[in-house]
Design a protein around this ligand. Sequence first.
Ligand code: SAM
Length: 365
Amino acid sequence: MASTSNLVPQLAIPDLFGKLAYQTFQQTKNALSLAHKMTASRLTEWVLPEAWHQPLQELSPELLSTLKQMNDDLMERDWEDAQQGVYPQSLLFESQWDDFLRYYPQVWLEMGKVWQRLPQKNYQHFDPEIETQGYPKYYLQNFHHQPNGYLSDRSAELYDLQVELLFNGCANAMRRRILAPLKSELTANFAHLLPQQIRVLDVACGTGYTLRALRATLPKASLFGLDLSPAYLRRANQLLSQFPGELPQLVQGKGEELPYLDQYFHAVTSVFLFHELPGKIRQQVIEEAFRVLKPNGVFIICDSMQAVDRPDFTPMMENFPTLYHEPYYRHYIHDDLQLRLEQAGFTDIRIENHLVSKYWIARRG
Ligand SMILES: C[S@@+](CC[C@H](N)C(=O)[O-])C[C@H]1O[C@@H](n2cnc3c(N)ncnc32)[C@H](O)[C@@H]1O
């Protein structure tokens, strides 16, 4: 009979290899993204020396080394949560390589068009065939220089790759940080329900990557996704149809006017939305999340870190809206979302930070 001491290494080796494979996978994405960003910024400086309306701030070697440490911490946490069974390990290895090969050349083609638009400082450019009527004015922006803002299929096709490049391959790892608090809140407050009775809404679901992670984490729950962009919802539908389980219900609508009944959901999530909203709309989205949540339901916001979290990261936060056209970001980084959540009636608010993201976990009392 094999002794326990013989068994331990046999059990540990797959984990060790798994972890190494995950780290290698992440580091590869990281290196490719950094190389891309460096080339893009050098080329932009060369083509358009006066490209940015504000000078960019230097990032110190200390800041870059802190960032590297935060990146490693995020990977560790991501791996640990998968090990703990919060979500399946396979989620860690899902890649967008096919998207990368297909759309990477187009990212460069788009950059050429951005260079043409930059000198005119035209950040609200929509082609004549794009329907812009009926959308709020604050939304009609070329956020991160997206072609036709969020309103074209081209924009939806390029979005995920661009976000991966922006976050050095860590976008999904940051999205996944909502999953552990979500699962533990649902377990603590709704353990008496069957898994299929749980309803979760993702506000501003975009192309569906948060819903994808939610589906893997809560295979039987009823999932709902809402976004203002029909093009992004079409793309989300394509992504989500590839996976087993009930298809999330996708609806076009505004986060500040949710088309759902009062107290309908057990959880509401929202990822990378709040920095793209004016302050007043942020408050309305929070109030709507409160309205549609059941008592003891949880609301989880994931968005950028704020000035108060890391004053030493201010140069990076200042550069972001200059480089990527984010008209509400400077207001966002100083906005007290905890106060907004409290004003709406939320209690037990917890805050977490992972890499460059911040999380508010709030309960409807
Ligand atoms: C930066 S993207 C984030 C998308 C997605 N949550 C993610 O993790 O990638 C912002 C998304 O918010 C949507 N959006 C912006 N304002 C909105 C609003 N008021 N109501 C609903 N969706 C909105 C956009 O259409 C876009 O899909």
